[in-house]
Design a protein around this ligand. Structure first.
Ligand code: PRP
Ligand code: URA
Length: 209
């Protein structure tokens, strides 16, 4: 079974409290989502391989460690996943970015795919799938199915908020994918929104409501 890691850091919890606040407008919401994604990336990349190098400091030679060149791919689930991309690129600028376009049909709650463009060397990359919201889990499971059909193997999922129902669905469908969260919320409501949640992440990011 996959791991569920709640990154319980004071900076993340502080920023999340502002993100959740319904009075926070799109500009601040966008900035904070990117900042939280960046902080989460710090934890998620903890096991990246490093190699020893020697550098000449102004004083002496020093044995240091540098990233060993693991290829990273970010895969935001449109739209809301876009809000997490820049924060992670700030830390890992050479990552390639693929996009999966899905929206959740408001009646059936089933994910509807409308776009997919992924790096061609997917199987050689460590992939971080990005979506601020894991609600029923339908969108994430459909995205992980698609990524694996295209050859993706090494995958981690990063979400700001999740409902326990969605976590269970993803763990059952993709037990090899570890799930990183900024917070695990209480439940879903009758419209399959996360409670207490933050509302509609895409609309709040892009100011469409
Ligand atoms: C939201 C969110 C997730 C999905 C979560 O996207 O960003 O992708 O809902 O719900 P689920 O776990 O029940 O599938 P939405 O469908 O609102 O599309 P948008 O990002 O384009 O607004
Ligand atoms: N999608 C959102 O944007 N918010 C939720 O609470 C659930 C799905």
């Amino acid at each position: 079974m996959s791991r569920v890691v709640v990154i319980d850091h004071p900076l993340i919890q502080h920023k999340l409290s502002i993100i959740r606040d319904k009075e926070t407008g799109p500009k601040e919401f966008r900035e904070l989502v990117n900042e939280v994604a960046m902080l989460m990336a710090y934890e998620v990349t903890r096991d990246l391989p490093t190699e020893e190098v020697e550098v000449e400091t102004p004083v002496a030679r020093a044995k240091c460690r540098r990233l060993a060149g693991e290829k990273i791919g970010l895969v935001p689930i449109l739209r809301a996943g876009l809000g997490m991309v820049q924060g992670i690129l700030n830390l890992y600028p050479t990552a390639r970015v693929g996009h999966i376009g899905l929206y959740r049909d408001p009646e059936t709650l089933q994910p509807v795919e409308y776009y997919c463009k992924l790096p061609t060397d997917l199987g050689e990359r460590e992939l971080f799938v990005l979506d601020p919201m894991l609600a029923t889990g339908g969108s994430v499971v459909a995205s992980l199915d698609l990524i694996k059909r295209r050859g993706g193997k090494k995958i981690k999922l990063l979400c700001l908020l999740a409902a326990p129902e969605g976590v269970k669905v993803v763990q059952e469908a993709h037990p090899d994918v570890d799930i990183y969260l900024a917070a695990l919320d209480e439940r879903l409501n009758e419209h399959a929104y996360i409670v207490p949640g933050l509302g509609d992440a895409g609309d709040r990011l892009f100011g469409t409501k």
